[in-house]
Design a protein around this ligand. Sequence first.
Ligand code: ADP
Ligand code: MG
Length: 660
Amino acid sequence: MSSEEKEKLKRAEEEEKRASEDEAGEEEEEEDEMEPKQKLLQILISTGLLIAAALIDRNTNLVMWQRLCLYLVPYLAAGFDVLKEAGEGLAHGEALNEDFLMGIATVGALLIGFVPGGSPMFAEAVFVMLFFQVGELFEGIAEGNSQRAISQLLDIRPDTANVERDGKIVTVNPEEIAVGETIVIRPGEKVPMDGTVIEGSTSLDTVALTGESAPRDVSVGDAILSGCVNLSGVVRVKVEKLFGESTASKILDLVQNAGSAKSKSEKFITKFARVYTPIVVAAAAFLAVVPPLLSGDFIGNFANWLLRALTFLIVSCPCALVVSVPLAFFGGIGAASKIGVLVKGSSFMEALARTNTVVFDKTGTLTKGVFAVTDLHPDKIDEKELLHLAAHVERYSNHPIAVSLKQAFGNEDDGCTVEDVEEIAGQGIRARVNGKTVCVGNTKMMDAIGAKWKGCDAPGTIIHVAIDGVYAGHIHISDMEKPDSKEAIQSLKKEGVQKTVMLTGDRREVADRVAKDLGLDEYRAELLPADKVSCVEELLKGKAEKGSLVFVGDGINDAPVLARADVGIAMGAMGSDAAIEAADVVLMDDKPSKIARAIRISRRTIAIAQQNIVFAIAVKLIILVLAALGLAPMWLAVFGDTGVLILCVLNSVRTLSVRN
Ligand code: ADP
Ligand code: MG
C-alpha cells in the first residue's frame, strides 16, 4: 500500500467515526427531548389508573390487603422509576437521596392502614408519588428550555466551510483549514473562522456574538469574526486563526465551562442540603418512636406519630433549592450572553452584583484605540523618514498605537530590514531598522536611553523617535472616545457604583481631558503595567469590604491587572487572547456601556436565587412545625415539597429573559 493510499484509508476511517459519533449525538438529543413527553404520559396513565382504582374501591367491599393490591397498580405505574432509582441509590450508599425519601414516605403511607389504630391512606400515597413526578416533569422542561435557549443562542459553530484549493472551491470541515488559506463565504452562511476580507464587501449579522441587531458592514481589509452570519455579498477571506482558536469555538468553550466557578449561593445550598436532610430524617425517626413510647401506650399512639413522621420525610428533600438556584444562575449567564457579555461562572455573577468600584484602562477600553496621525514634528530628518522609521519599528507589534502608525504609513514592504525587536510595555518599542537602532515610545523611553526629547503643548498622545540614541522628532497621534463611554460611566453611577477610575500609560494631559469629558471620578496617568497592578491593589484595600472592584481592559499590557481584580472584564473583539483567557467576563463588542447592563442582570439573578432560598426554607420550616404538632395533612406536605419546587423553578426561569 502506498503512503497516499494509507492516508486516504485513514481519512475515510476518521470520516466514518465522526459520522457515527454524530449519529450517537443525535440519538442522545432525541432521548432528552422525549423525556418530558414520556413523563407526562406516565403521569396521565397513572392518574387514570388512580381514578379507576378509587372508583372500584368505593363501589366494592374489599378487605385491606385487596385494597392494597388494587392501589399498587397506579402506585407502581407512577413510581416504578423512583423506586428503581431509590434502590440504585441505596446500592451506592446514598440513602438520603430524594427518590429514597419519597419511596419510604409513600410505602409508609401505603402500609399505615395495617398499623393498629392507623387509618388507610392508599389514595394519598399514590397522589404523593404522582405529584412528585409532576415536579420532576417541570424540572425537566425548565432545564431543557434553558439549555435549548442558550444553545440556540450559541448556535454559531458552522459545520462546513468553502475553501479555495487548486483554483477550485471545495466544501470541507472547517477543522481541516489551515491559517493563510482563502475561504469563500456566501450570503446566508455563517462565518466559519476568523480572518480578513481580501475581496468583496458585505454586511454581517453579529447578533449571536453581541446581541446588537444592527448589521455591520465590512469590506476589503476588515477583520471578520466567526459566528457572524453573512447577509448580503460574497466575500473572500484570508483565514487568520485555526477553527479551534476562532471566536465561535472560544465562546462555546467559555459558556460550556461556565458552571465550574460556583457561586456562594450554590455552595450554601450544597452545604444546607448536606445538613438539612439528615436532621429532618433523624427527627422523623424520633417522632415515630419516642413520643408514643413516652405516652405509655405505644400501640395506641404509634400510627398517629408515624403519620407525622412520614409527613416529615416528604418535606425533608431540599430539591426545590438544589434544582432552582443553579437554574437561576444558568439563566442569568444566558441572559448576559444574549447581550454579548460572556460571564465565565456564577461566582462572577455574584461579584458583579456587588460592584462598587470600576477601574478602566484608557486606550482601547474607553477610547477606540484607533489613532489618527495628526502632526509630524521631525528633528534633522524629513517627515516621511520619521513616519517610515516608526512604522517599521512597530511592524510586529499589535498595540493600538502600532496598528495606527502602520496604517498611516501604508506601504510596509519596501525592502527594509527590521531585526532585534524589543517591546517595552508601557514605554514603547526598540528595533534595528536597516542597521540603525531606532526607539519609538514615550518620554520614559527617551529618558531611559538618554535621548534629549522636546516637549510639545499640542493635545493628544505624543510618540517620540530616536535614532541610535539621538532624538529625531515626534509624531502626534490622537484617539477618539468610544461613543458610548460617557453613557457607560453615567449608567454605572445610576447603578450605585461609588467610584470610577481610569488608569493609563499615556500623558497626564490626555488622561485629564478624557477623564473630565467622560465624568470619571479619578484618573492616574503615565503608569507602567506594574504600576497599574499596584494602583488596583491600593484601590482594593481602600474599598468597602462587601463591594467588589471591577477592572475593564483590552488586555494589551494589562492581563495581570485583569487577573488581580475581583472581576476582570476584557474587550472581546479588540482584546488579545491572553486577556480573554485572564478575564472573568468578556464584552464581545467592546462596548463599555454593556457593563452596567451586565450588573443589572447579575443583580436580578441573585435576587431571584435569594427569593427561592428564603421562600423554600420558610415554607418547609412552617410545614415541619405544623406536621410535628399533627396539624399538617399530607397534601400540605406535598405542596411543601413539589409545589415549592415548581414555584421556584418557574421563578428561576425568569432570569433567562433580558428586560433592560
Ligand atoms: P494604556 O494604559 O493607555 O492602555 P499602554 O500602557 O499600552 O497604554 O501604553 C502607555 C504608553 O506607552 C503609550 O501612551 C505610549 O506612549 C507608549 N507605548 C506603549 N506601547 C507603544 C508602542 N508599541 N509604540 C509606541 N509607544 C508605545
Ligand atoms: Mg491598554
